[in-house]
Ligand binder design. Structure first.
Ligand code: ZN
Length: 225
């Protein structure tokens, strides 16, 4: 986010931030919003995966962090986002998912970009647990299952490849509780900063995907061009 990027950003395009705990459907809602409003979905997680798979220098930094058992550090995240936004085509707006991650990044982001809204998907911890702990992953083809929403035909067997369905190692109550504590501790300062600018739309993420989506669309502020 250089000053030049900040200078030519503002042409009536929509710029949204989306936040939400694991299991809140953040990725799904981002994709739906990107389709409806012709936005680019900037997912920090997807950018990381692309860099790792493409063996870029950034990918090597991400890999090193993950291999040493650490979270990818805030400055790596910031560098990734900056690099991506430098390449952004400002004929299109964006919805960014996975950034900002701390108060400093949120301040900087607000100074550099004219954010239209921050969509905050809220989900009670009980429901997060219900959703996350019912996730299964096919060992064979990697397809995701959810034992509530997307049940396989036969128990523990992948419909597509016949592979065995397993739970991710870190999808257990203890690890999830740690991730949630970490999420709320990190996110609160970000939400506080966005709240000062009255940008936050708190959305109940517990209904069905299409209902949550319509709720978001109704809540978004009108954007004048
Ligand atoms: Zn499979």
């Amino acid at each position: 986010m250089s000053d030049t990027a900040a200078a030519w950003h503002d042409g009536g395009v929509h710029k949204y931030v989306i936040m939400g705990v694991q299991g809140s459907g953040k990725g799904t809602q981002s994709k739906l919003l990107a389709e409806r409003y012709d936005l680019v979905h900037l997912s920090v997680g997807d950018i990381f995966r692309w860099n790792v798979q493409s063996h870029t220098k950034m990918g090597a930094r991400v890999r090193r962090a993950i291999d040493s058992g650490n979270m990818v550090s805030d400055d790596v995240v910031e560098a990734v986002v900056q690099q991506r936004l430098m390449e952004h085509n400002w004929n299109y707006g964006f919805i960014i998912d996975g950034f900002p991650r701390n108060g400093d990044q949120a301040e900087f982001f607000l100074e550099s970009f004219d954010i239209d809204a921050v969509i905050n998907l809220e989900l009670e911890t009980e429901e997060v647990e219900r959703r996350v702990l019912s996730r299964r992953l096919c060992e064979g083809c990697g397809l995701d299952y959810n034992l509530m929403a997307h049940r396989p035909e036969a128990e523990d067997v992948c419909d597509v490849c016949g592979g065995r369905l397993v739970q991710r190692a870190d999808d257990n109550p203890e690890a999830l509780a740690r991730r949630l504590d970490d999420y709320y501790a990190k996110t609160q300062p970000v939400l506080d900063i966005f709240s000062r600018k009255e940008l936050i739309l708190n959305i109940d993420a517990s209904p069905r995907v299409d209902e949550v989506f319509e709720d978001i669309c109704r809540s978004l502020p009108p954007v004048g061009n």
